[in-house]
Unconditional design. Structure first.
Length: 248
């Protein structure tokens, strides 16, 4: 039987490319996404019986419980959970409302908590794994990103805490992407491939801006049960930028 993976925020961006690549690697995929338009477009595009789609707001407990119940009824077991769903609202903190702050944290951090809480009993049965999507913004920042950065810092800490609680049955790791260009990997109404400059690429020690496949390769590595000695870790995939010293 194919291993079953739930991926949140799986209809666009890194999530969409991850879904496509995991299907090529013989996984069963359940895509959770709040954006019905993106879900419908992706379902028509992919037309794959190994992939099922669920409209879910991961910040809502009842919706998470319902979606996990429905996909487990369809797929019976669960091997992996990829907590990828995230939003950002970037504005000066003096203009950021409490509601906006809570909206970002509820989706990015509470969503990972809820999905992990209700998936964990099934993951324990298969000795599976959880992969959380953090960000290099958990460790370095630009201005006006307090909500997003706080949520990703929370994901980093949540990961190593959950890894201790879920041990030894379930491995829990996180990935912190840097600049990953997915500007063209969105629903049709929002897809617009930006033109990357030579300067954009050259500022990275690796010599280029990242793409979603750079993240997928790490996801595939962490899903592989041969790598079961790896847990509670954070993998920075940023072309070396967080180690580059820059003086203005």
């Amino acid at each position: 039987m194919k291993p079953h993976i739930i991926i949140t925020g799986g209809a666009q961006g890194i999530g969409k490319i991850t879904t496509q690549e995991l299907l090529k690697s013989n996984y069963l995929i359940s895509v959770f996404d709040h954006d019905k338009e993106a879900l419908d477009e992706f379902e028509l595009e992919i037309k794959n019986e190994s992939c099922s789609f669920y409209q879910v707001d991961v910040s809502k407990e009842k919706e998470v419980v319902s979606a996990i119940g429905r996909t487990l009824k369809r797929n019976e077991t669960l091997y992996g959970l990829i907590n990828n769903a995230a939003i950002s609202i970037n504005k000066p903190i003096t203009e950021l409302t409490l509601n906006e702050w809570q909206q970002v944290l509820n989706t990015n951090l509470t969503g990972a908590f809820l999905c992990s809480k209700y998936a964990l009993p099934y993951l324990k049965k298969t000795k599976g794994c959880i992969i959380n999507m953090a960000s290099t913004r958990a460790f370095q920042s630009e201005s006006n990103t307090e909500a997003y950065s706080a949520s990703k810092g929370g994901i980093f800490a949540f990961t190593h805490a959950l890894a201790m609680s879920a041990a030894p049955d379930v491995r829990v790791n996180c990935i912190s992407p840097g600049w990953i260009d997915v500007s063209g990997v969105k629903k049709r109404a929002e897809a617009h491939q930006i033109k990357l400059s030579e300067e954009d690429h050259k500022q990275h020690p690796a010599g280029r801006v990242g793409n979603a496949l750079d993240i997928v390769s790490t996801i595939l590595f962490l899903l592989d049960e041969k790598n079961d000695f790896i847990t509670a870790q954070n993998f920075v995939i940023d072309g070396g930028m967080t180690r580059k010293m820059i003086y203005m």
